[in-house]
Design a protein around this ligand. Structure first.
Ligand code: MG
Length: 392
């Protein structure tokens, strides 16, 4: 299974009638950040999720734009009269996209405390099961009541609470929505109605569905107890290109006067390629070749600045900021020393970083190997990226 084919469908079309006055709960602030934004950030940052579709009430279009319009997501889909209909519309939007996903996770926007660990467990279980839900045990005594009196105690050992995100084989869930009649509070029950077994993975007691104002207060206390301060991730990138006659030499997006350039499908900017891979690594977003395949004619002689910009966009969408860049160029010639200040200045412009946070080093290999023989150049990049405090 290619985990990168999992889409997330975020259901944010509700009105939250139990929240009382004020904006819908998915747009309210939780610990200073709108609920929907926190939910989306967690999915955006998860490497198993390759695509996100949000379903909203079209009456909330302005709120949506103001809340998460900067996250670079596809246009939200208009929800229906019920949660079920909203999910169905979201599924059809995903199916109509450039390539239908293999799997989908359906998640309630009103569960902003979902952790990357729960997403990971659902993604992993989808390798072995067509339908997966996270569940948490019930520790309270559970009873049936009628007219305020207990009529029956229910054995709690057999009970769990079912959360989201719920993961499915994409076409299976589409079929369930098409073929199963009636209302449903969740998607797993529709799939069960087709006779398909639904697997469970451990959920997270903190993965609350915010329903009442009291839930907001409780969620804020949970967030306050989480580790504060940023997290750091390190990414490594490495690239090699061969020298060739009749090509310009482009390093760090600067064209260098030199008798030979580097061969490659794009402008063969070995420095930016290593740097792009290192940035992609901090968000687990595969490598430059998977985003910009050399087989694609669009990237012939392409300016590698676009590759770098795409990696930075993915980093920012995951909530990350570049902290530091360390780049090493490996060649006998040209001599990098006299070029260093220019190259570093250009990198600072492209990355939006002060030059003091960019290290640009060069080394020869003492005549050894392909770089020593002057057959090509190599570049190594290490980047450090800062992310907000762990989401759980
Ligand atoms: Mg390359």
């Amino acid at each position: 299974m290619d985990e990168a084919r999992i889409a997330a469908l975020i259901v944010a079309a509700g009105h939250g009638v139990r929240m009382g006055e004020g904006p819908p709960k998915q747009y309210r602030l939780l610990a200073g950040e709108p609920v929907l934004r926190r939910t989306l950030r967690t999915f955006l940052a998860h490497p198993a999720i390759h695509r996100i579709q949000v379903v909203i009430d079209p009456a909330h279009g302005g709120l949506y734009e103001a809340t998460v319009g900067d996250l670079g997501l596809p246009q939200p889909v208009a929800g229906g009269a019920s949660r079920r209909e909203s999910v169905a519309r979201g599924l059809e939007a995903l199916a109509a996209g450039p390539a239908a996903p293999g799997w989908v996770m359906v998640h309630d926007a009103a569960r902003p405390l979902v952790s990357s660990a729960v997403i990971e467990r659902v993604a992993t279980a989808l390798r072995f099961a067509p339908a997966v839900v996270p569940v948490v045990p019930v520790f309270d005594t559970v009873a049936r009541v009628a007219a305020g009196r207990i009529t029956e105690l229910v054995p709690r050992e057999a009970m769990v609470r079912v959360q989201t995100p719920q993961g499915f084989d994409f076409q299976l869930l589409r079929r369930a929505h098409r073929e199963v009649a009636g209302e449903a509070t969740d998607d797993a029950s529709l799939v069960r109605a087709l006779g398909v077994e639904v697997a469970t993975v451990p959920g997270d007691p903190a993965n609350l569905k915010l329903t009442t104002p009291e839930d907001f207060a409780f969620a804020e206390r949970l967030l306050a107890g989480r580790p504060q301060g940023p997290r750091f991730r390190t990414g490594l990138g490495y690239d090699v290109h061969a020298f060739a006659e009749g090509r310009p030499l482009v390093l760090c997006n600067v064209t260098i006067p030199h008798e030979r350039g580097l061969a490659g499908h794009s402008d063969a900017d070995v420095a930016l390629h290593a740097l792009t891979d290192a940035i992609l690594a901090t968000v687990g977003a595969d490598d430059i070749g998977s985003h910009f395949p050399p087989s694609d004619p669009r990237w012939r002689d392409a300016d590698s600045r676009h590759f770098l910009a795409r990696a930075l966009e993915l980093l920012h969408r995951a909530g990350g900021q570049l902290e530091h860049v360390d780049l090493t160029l490996v060649c006998e010639r040209p001599r990098i020393g006299p070029l260093r200040a220019r190259l570093r200045r250009r990198l600072a412009q492209l990355l939006g970083l002060p030059e003091s946070r960019i290290s640009l080093k060069a080394t020869t290999t003492e005549g050894l190997g392909f770089t020593g023989r002057g057959e090509g150049m190599a570049a190594w990049a290490v980047v450090t990226a800062r992310f907000p405090a762990e989401e759980g």
